[in-house]
Design a protein around this ligand. Structure first.
Ligand code: NAD
Length: 303
């Protein structure tokens, strides 16, 4: 039976430490980290995500500014708002909840956010910095996955990591981050042949395909570490529930360690959003980023 990787507990510890650092900033530097969250439209899942992000930012002692725009909002109005937030000294991080309605060009919106305030890590400058092994803002979900892996395994050097999914939000940045940690990385996707055989070679398997229980126990190398990013809503016994991209019951018999859904990657994503906001604040005010939070985030080592 595999070890359960408790993302909820790890995220709670990280958020508590972020809270301590925020109060230190407020007291000694007279700076309050500010997170602006923009939601366009009424998508119920997006509303929940935005509410959770804003609540947890406030709980950590940050200022949270929420902007809710109609589904029909013209692109220029959204770009004007971002421009205003780019100039606002009380706002250190800007997040636009995706997806956006069809009249809005997603990439234009992402590029409008100042890279220093791009706490989602989607701006091409941050993507480029991460891809070239430099220092950039890393997207929150893959960053959270990497922290779970470092905490569980320590040194990742030489391990074969298979990333299932190649989206700009999860799969591709995940691959870049694992390369930075010296893994041998394979990126698999919807057109990959013999997917099961590819997955079977993984010491680390990150499943981010958005397909309910795609990965079965017999796709997993015995003892492998499995990170399940998927969030799929299914109806079971007349109730809605969340399941991952990994078939939990069969995977648990084979994997060495496994994240549950919910309670694995999800809580780490929000904790990393707060971490990025704190880091953005420190950088904008030229305050050194506290060492202890880095060692907590990286499970005692940042190598
Ligand atoms: P996406 O739809 O943008 O990308 C999915 C990727 O999976 C694509 O690259 C596609 O090629 C690949 N894929 C699809 N079907 C496949 C198949 N049958 N076999 C192999 N590859 C396949 O999705 P995304 O935004 O990257 O998100 C992936 C999943 O992660 C979703 O379930 C999403 O809800 C979840 N997610 C969770 C968090 C979190 O915080 N836990 C954050 C972001 C996304």
């Amino acid at each position: 039976m595999s070890t359960l990787i408790d993302g909820k507990a790890q995220a709670t510890r990280l958020r508590e430490e972020i809270g301590r650092q925020v109060s230190r900033l407020r007291q000694h530097e007279l700076v309050t980290p500010g997170l602006a969250v923009i939601l366009v439209g009424e998508d119920p899942a997006s509303q929940v995500y935005v509410r959770n992000k804003a609540t947890q930012a406030r709980e950590a002692g940050m200022s949270s500014f929420e902007y809710r725009l109609a589904d029909s909002v013209p692109q220029t109005k959204l770009l004007d708002l971002i421009e205003r937030l780019n100039r606002d000294p009380e706002v250190h991080g800007i997040l636009v909840q995706l997806p956006l309605p069809p009249q809005v060009d997603e990439s234009r919106v992402i590029q409008a956010i100042h890279p220093d305030k791009d706490i989602d890590g989607f701006h091409p400058i941050n993507v480029g910095n991460i891809a070239t092994g430099g220092h950039g803002m890393a997207p929150c979900t893959p960053l959270g996955c990497l922290m779970l892996l470092k905490h569980q395994l320590g040194d990742l050097s030489g391990k074969h990591a298979v990333v299932l999914g190649r989206s700009n939000i999860v799969g591709k940045p995940m691959a870049s981050l694992l390369l930075q940690k010296h893994c041998t990385v394979t990126v698999a996707h919807s057109r990959t042949r013999q997917l099961e055989e590819v997955c079977c070679q993984a010491d680390i398997l990150v499943a981010a395909a958005g397909r309910t229980r795609l990965v079965k126990g017999d796709w997993i190398k015995p003892g492998a570490t499995v990170i399940d990013v998927g969030i799929n809503r299914i109806e079971a016994d007349g109730r809605m529930r969340l399941v991952g991209d990994v078939d939990f019951d069969s995977a648990r018999e084979v994997a060495g360690a496994l994240t549950p859904v919910p309670g694995g990657v999800g809580p780490m994503t929000i904790a990393c959003l707060l971490l990025n906001t704190l880091e953005a604040t420190c950088r904008q005010h030229r305050i050194p980023f506290p060492d202890n939070i880095m060692s907590l985030a990286w499970g005692g080592t940042s190598s």
